[in-house]
Design a protein around this ligand. Structure first.
Ligand SMILES: O=P(O)(O)OC[C@@H](O)[C@@H](O)c1c[nH]c2ccccc12
Length: 263
């Protein structure tokens, strides 16, 4: 669908008062054979989009769960071109946006232009690159624009307000609001500043603001979603799939969408 369609797809969901739930999975964890199957399963469970990680040997933003999933995927021979081919093969069965999450190194090795073109051909709609700061991103932004890919930016709790304003202004598709300090992985609690941070980002952003990092329960998803437009859940989903608990995945997505009940 590309950037413009992804944005109108999210707008339509929001017009129906839906919060957006975006699960993350690691491509090649369990083998590339299960990738398209998992995507369709998540789509049927009500995911608003799916974030797909490209396994990489030095995943600096990742905690233990995603690191382990990345190692499993690398061990069974998963490559970026294998992932793109698999996504291309499953393209016609999907109807929700697909976002690739990859560090810059695999993109460099593949070639920036080939990567952007390969993503578009595979039916990828947006890309997240966590280790490219805003000052260095132009070479990527230009290629993504040529291929109609949304360049999804990451905001962090430790940035100044001026910087957050600029990041929010640039974000396409949605704005990824990293809502903890540190790496990916389940957390028990969120710091109090998260509410103000998400509300501030919402006031600057023209695309939906989604909170990610640390979400492991439906209650957390509901609470965070009440401050912004939805959540991204990685480590918990990766763990559930790894243990074969697809019912757990389904329950988490279904319950996360329910409005917060106050007791
Ligand atoms: O695993 P968590 O804590 O639920 O966080 C989401 C996260 O896994 C996913 O979005 C992600 C995986 N690796 C990343 C690297 C950078 C930014 C985001 C990510």
């Amino acid at each position: 669908m590309g950037k413009a369609k992804m944005e109108s797809y999210f707008k339509q969901k929001q017009a129906n008062d839906e919060k957006l739930f975006v699960p993350y999975i690691m491509a090649g964890d369990g083998g590339l054979d299960v990738l398209n199957e998992r995507i369709l399963f998540l789509q049927n469970c009500g995911a608003a989009a799916i974030e797909i990680g490209i396994p990489f040997s030095d995943p600096v933003a990742d905690g233990p769960t995603i690191q382990a999933a990345g190692l499993r995927a690398l061990d069974n021979g998963t490559t970026l071109s294998g992932v793109l081919q698999t996504l291309q093969a499953g393209k016609n069965e999907r109807n929700i946006p697909i976002i690739l999450m990859t560090y810059i190194n695999p993109i460099y090795r593949y070639g920036v232009t080939s990567f952007a073109q390969g993503c578009a051909a595979a039916g990828v709609d947006g890309v997240i690159v966590p280790d490219i700061p805003m000052e260095e991103e132009k070479f990527l932004a230009d290629e993504f624009q040529t291929s109609s890919l949304a360049f999804i930016r990451l905001a962090s709790l430790t940035s100044t307000e001026d910087r957050l304003k600029e990041i929010a202004k640039r974000s396409e598709g949605f704005l990824y609001a990293v809502s903890v300090t540190g790496t990916t992985g389940a957390r028990e609690a969120y710091v109090e500043e998260v509410k103000a941070y998400l509300e501030m980002l919402k006031s600057y952003s023209s695309v939906p603001v989604l909170a990610g990092f640390g979400v492991s329960t439906a209650e957390q998803a509901q609470t965070l979603s009440s401050y912004c437009d939805g959540v991204i859940v990685g480590s918990t989903i990766v763990d559930l799939f790894h243990h074969g608990d697809v019912e757990g995945v389904k329950n988490l997505i279904e319950h996360s969408a329910q409005p917060t009940t106050t007791s």
